[in-house]
Design a binder for this molecule. Structure first.
Ligand code: C5P
Length: 222
């Protein structure tokens, strides 16, 4: 029974580190991992590549429904093309947050996300894992950090990759994305009433992972 397979739902704002933390929690527990944001990113990239307007909700939903994407050995393939790096660009990030505002796009991706619930368990991260996709999740975590520290972390990552970014632009971009994700009518980013708050502003990645693993151990008696 799928309903008996445990789920940890981790939601939070952009660049909060939840992707890294969720993947490590999944590895520690030996569970599956769903990076739901990557699905929105792939839809945005696929739309741009096929000339679909990012305002055309119905066409975007159709694309999301038949999305020819696969995850293979840590790589993301779109129509067989490796787009792992392309979907992480700032353009794909902004595009993802735009197309994610369309209810039809979200609906088209719903079953695809739920299909990741496979034994022995799933760690799912995004914006609406606890509120919409897995409302029955046995453990819900709202993982956040101050916008300044999120911008600082993102800045460090991009500078290390040799990308020409400024802290000022990143801060502005994150603030805009936060407002869009939290302010949209459908599945807005929010801390569910039954989610545990984890503010990682003053925490290392390992400390955040340890905290969630210990909550999971207690909650699921594993
Ligand atoms: O998590 P990530 O930054 O990769 O997500 C990219 C964008 O996709 C987010 O800014 C958000 O707008 C959207 N998203 C969403 N619901 C999710 C995951 C991501 O709306 N569950």
């Amino acid at each position: 029974m799928t309903a008996e397979i445990p789920v940890i739902a981790i939601d939070g704002p952009s660049a909060s580190g939840k992707g890294t933390v969720a993947a490590l929690v999944a590895t520690r527990l030996g569970w599956h991992y769903l990076d739901s944001g990557s699905l929105y990113r792939i839809v945005a990239l696929a739309a741009v590549r096929s000339g679909i307007d990012l305002q055309a909700g119905n066409e975007l939903a159709e694309l999301a429904q038949r999305l020819p994407a696969r995850f293979c050995d840590g790589r993301v393939l779109l129509d067989g093309d490796d787009v792992t790096d392309a979907i992480r660009s700032e353009a794909s990030s902004a595009g993802a947050s735009r197309i994610a505002a369309f209810p039809a796009v979200r609906g088209a991706l719903l079953e695809r996300q739920r299909a990741y619930r496979v034994a022995p368990g799933l760690v799912a991260e995004g914006r609406d894992m606890g509120s919409v996709v897995f409302p029955q999740a046995g453990l819900k975590v709202y993982l956040t950090a101050s916008v300044e520290s999120r911008a600082q972390r993102r800045y460090k990552q991009l500078i290390e990759k040799g990308l020409p970014v400024t802290l000022h632009d990143l801060l502005q971009d994150l603030r805009e994305r936060d407002a869009r994700d939290a302010g949209r009518a459908v599945a807005p980013l929010q801390q569910c009433a039954d989610a545990l708050l984890l503010d990682t502003t003053a925490m290392t990645i390992d400390q955040a992972v340890d905290r969630i693993v210990s909550w999971a151990t207690e909650r699921f008696a594993i």
